[in-house]
Design a protein around this ligand. Structure first.
Ligand SMILES: [Zn+2]
Length: 273
């Protein structure tokens, strides 16, 4: 199907194991229920082919229609497909999806200066559609799928689109540290950091540290479900073990409420239930 990056990570071949788990919508809902999670954001994958992006957008829109009170869906896009990519992402939003992402330009073969990409971002900014970008940390251990994502490119994007809500996945690859720099702090006023895959990358103290540096208002709980976050402890995906870590991470109750719920409610305009 021409999705080599995805295949390398999810089906690495005989003798090699993948860290991902698998789940359908019923399994996801059951895992959400057992962890007390009301809603989940379904993120797309950074597919290499626009056709695959559209297939996933269709699936997400179906899941959202079936469970509008449980799922928020994001659309994915391959800007290399030019106008048809732009049109498809507009259609996906019309079908009920609420954001764009997760996008990873180096894996999809385009750069942040790609004209279609810039057109999509301009449109997202004008229509208040949040964008999630996959970011890798420039240091640390090697793992399959780790590609270079220069942090300065995210600063550039945030400066080009100051009103676009940009969610940098995986703690923005360490970018929160630069919130201590006044130029970055100003540029990052609409930048959020999600916590997806955190247990595989960082000590849980990162929650307290990023809350101190960037503010708890900018942290969004993300899991990377169905990735197995504690592969030595369980072969199954789930949320509870990670939530336990967050509970013991040194955040106050008010900060925890923001990270796990309040910030996302604000971002998506969802009132308290
Ligand atoms: Zn990611």
């Amino acid at each position: 199907m021409g999705e080599n990056h995805w295949a390398d990570l999810h089906a690495p071949g005989p003798g090699k194991s993948s860290i991902t788990g698998w789940a359908d919508s019923n399994q996801l809902l059951a895992d959400m229920d057992s962890a007390g999670i009301e809603r989940a954001v379904l993120l797309g994958w950074y597919w290499e082919n626009q056709q695959t992006c559209e297939l996933q957008n269709l699936w997400h829109s179906r899941w959202v229609k079936a469970h509008p009170d449980r799922f928020i869906g994001f659309a994915t896009v391959q800007p290399m497909a030019s106008d048809s990519a732009f049109e498809a992402v507009c259609r996906a939003i019309d079908m009920g999806l609420r954001g764009i992402g997760e996008i990873l330009p180096p894996a999809q073969g385009f750069s942040h200066t790609n004209p279609t990409w810039l057109k999509i971002l301009q449109w997202a900014q004008e229509n208040d559609i949040p964008l999630t970008l996959h970011v890798t940390e420039p240091a640390g251990h090697e793992y399959p799928g780790k590609v270079d994502t220069p942090l300065s490119e995210y600063q550039w994007l945030a400066q080009q689109f100051p009103d676009l809500k940009i969610i940098l996945a995986h703690w923005g690859g360490g970018l929160p540290f630069y919130e201590l720099n006044s130029t970055c702090h100003r540029a990052f006023k609409n930048v959020y950091y999600d916590t997806a895959a955190s247990p595989l990358l960082y000590d849980k103290r990162i929650f307290r540290i990023v809350a101190d540096i960037a503010g708890a208002d900018k942290i969004l709980f993300g899991s990377d479900y169905p990735l197995r976050l504690f592969p030595k402890e369980s072969k199954l995906p789930g949320f509870e073990r990670f939530l336990k870590d967050i509970d013991a991470s040194g955040l106050t109750e008010v900060e925890k409420e923001k990270v796990l719920c309040g910030n996302a409610r604000k971002l998506f305009g969802i009132g308290a239930s």
